[in-house]
Design a protein around this ligand. Structure first.
Ligand SMILES: NC(=O)C1=CN([C@@H]2O[C@H](COP(=O)(O)OP(=O)(O)OC[C@H]3O[C@@H](n4cnc5c(N)ncnc54)[C@H](O)[C@@H]3O)[C@@H](O)[C@H]2O)C=CC1
Ligand SMILES: O=C(O)[C@@H](O)CS(=O)(=O)O
Ligand SMILES: [Zn+2]
Length: 435
């Protein structure tokens, strides 16, 4: 049965995307040709920053001084939790080796990339937590060189709490530079940096597009654009809690979708009635963001039962998925497309965003259909190796010669032939292509 839309979105994540693509392509082209000078000019134009691009030790130490003790302690708490979770993930990624057949051994090794570029957004809000999520995870993965960049504030540079956090988490170099220019500086190796092997971190549509266009020249974690969130709620949910959870995530930006999926029309109506009043309680800018996001991007979707709610959630593949319904284990077992899942009223997306442990850099715009979020895995290369004894090589060489010949790849076949001739001179082999 088709679901019923009690509220529909008038815009999607793709709205206005073509203008962004052209702008970003032009900027990358200009920075690739113009190097540090071009990047610095964009930094001045977009963020009003004329100071040092590479944050020196003095600037970092001055920032550390400015951060209040309570905030330092909260950031350390979050850093510990995120680090602990990343270490648990790291322990699940193993080297291995097996004897594929007697005499032929093969294995895999986990090797961290050499250089990572971590983007910490900073246009609208000061994303302290994004610094923890990206840099800490790269550090736990064992990446030897980590650069972090973030938009500077005019006349001030990167805000002190973000600089403190970047340093705490282990960034080797910090750039006072955001947007496309920050991404390009890390990818092209400007300002004395090694060229990044991977670029990670969330950002606005310009940042996300820059990463997408650079993918191939450099690895990226995923497409992480404007935040989106879905709440699944049944009749047992508290409408005020659900409404706040939706409003809380809608404050991210005018283009941050929030969706309510429910099988209770009564709950849907209560939540819908509550939302405007809650938005009005936010500070002005946050309220403007949330109001636009609610008006243009939010949806309320009425389903007949929980199976239909699961199908709907899997179709949207939300970045954050919060279930406020009975029988949480059933939902954990049955939902399959989301960046991060929050089970029950006692947790909330903001816990995961800031301090709980699992990463908050997550796939947006439906990318959760094919990928999970940022984790130590994204910084590691799973590479393979093999070696053989002469006896182990024998059957592989025979099969390789015949398969290669059938494929028309005589050069490949020869590399097998010569080994059989060298190691087993007394024996004869039928290495013709067989079809
Ligand atoms: N998916 C995830 O895990 C997370 C996503 N986010 C998302 O990150 C985004 C952060 O966005 P912002 O606050 O804007 O910070 P941002 O740091 O991503 O972008 C600010 C930069 O955008 C550039 N910019 C602004 N206007 C431009 C224009 N017209 N042309 C070219 N460049 C321009 C400037 O260089 C500026 O430094 C939000 O959409 C938020 O939802 C934030 C945290 C986590
Ligand atoms: O997309 C996300 O994970 C963000 O909501 C994280 S934060 O709230 O901006 O820290
Ligand atoms: Zn959030």
């Amino acid at each position: 049965m088709p679901v019923t839309y009690l509220k529909t979105a008038v815009k999607t994540a793709e709205t206005d995307q073509s203008d962004v693509q052209q702008t970003v392509a032009d900027m990358l082209h200009a920075i690739e040709g113009g190097g540090e000078k071009a990047a610095t000019e964009y930094c001045r134009a977009f963020d009003g920053w004329d100071g040092d691009i590479v944050a020196g030790r003095d600037m970092i130490d001055a920032a550390i001084e400015q951060v209040p003790d309570q905030l330092k302690s909260d950031i350390r708490f979050a850093h510990d939790n995120i680090g602990r979770f990343a270490e648990a993930q790291r322990s699940t990624i193993q080297d291995c080796q097996i004897d594929v057949i007697p005499g032929l051994t093969a294995g895999q090794r986990q090797i961290p990339v050499s250089a990572a570029g971590c983007y910490v957004p900073g246009g609208r809000y000061s994303h302290i937590a994004s610094a923890i999520m990206t840099i800490t995870t790269a550090k736990v993965a064992g990446v030897p060189h980590i650069t972090a960049c973030s938009p500077p504030k005019p006349g001030a540079g990167i805000p002190a709490p973000i600089l403190f956090t970047m340093d705490l988490c282990g960034a080797d170099v910090i750039l006072n530079m955001g947007g496309v220019q920050g991404i390009a500086a890390m990818a092209y190796g400007l300002f004395g940096l090694p060229k990044a092997d991977i670029l990670v971190g969330p950002g606005n549509q310009f940042v996300a597009e820059a990463k997408r266009l650079l993918f191939g020249q450099v690895g990226i974690d995923m497409f992480a654009g404007p935040t989106d969130s879905m709440v699944i709620a049944d009749a047992s949910a508290d409408p005020t809690v659900v409404a706040w959870d939706l409003v809380g995530q809608a404050e991210h930006g005018y283009n941050s979708p929030v969706w309510l999926v429910t099988d209770s029309e009564a709950l849907a109506n209560q939540v819908r009635a509550l939302v405007p009043g809650l938005i009005a309680q936010l500070p002005k800018i946050n309220a403007q963001n949330a109001e636009a996001a609610w008006r243009d991007y939010a949806e309320i979707i009425l389903c007949v039962d929980r199976d239909e709610m699961v199908q709907t959630a899997d179709r949207y593949a939300p970045e954050h998925l919060h279930v406020q319904a009975k029988n949480l284990d059933w939902w954990l077992e049955n939902l399959s497309s989301y960046g991060s899942l929050f089970l029950g009223e006692e947790t909330t997306v903001a816990f995961g965003d800031k301090a709980a442990g699992p990463n908050h850099v997550l796939p947006t715009s439906g990318a959760a259909r094919y990928t999970g979020g940022l984790s130590v895995h994204k910084f590691m290369k799973t590479v393979t190796w093999q070696r053989a004894t002469r006896e182990g090589a024998k059957p592989v060489a025979e099969a390789t010669a015949r398969i290669s010949r059938l494929e028309g790849m005589e050069g490949h076949a020869k590399t097998a032939d010569i080994r059989l001739e060298k190691y087993f001179p007394q024996e004869t082999f039928d290495l013709r292509a067989t079809s």
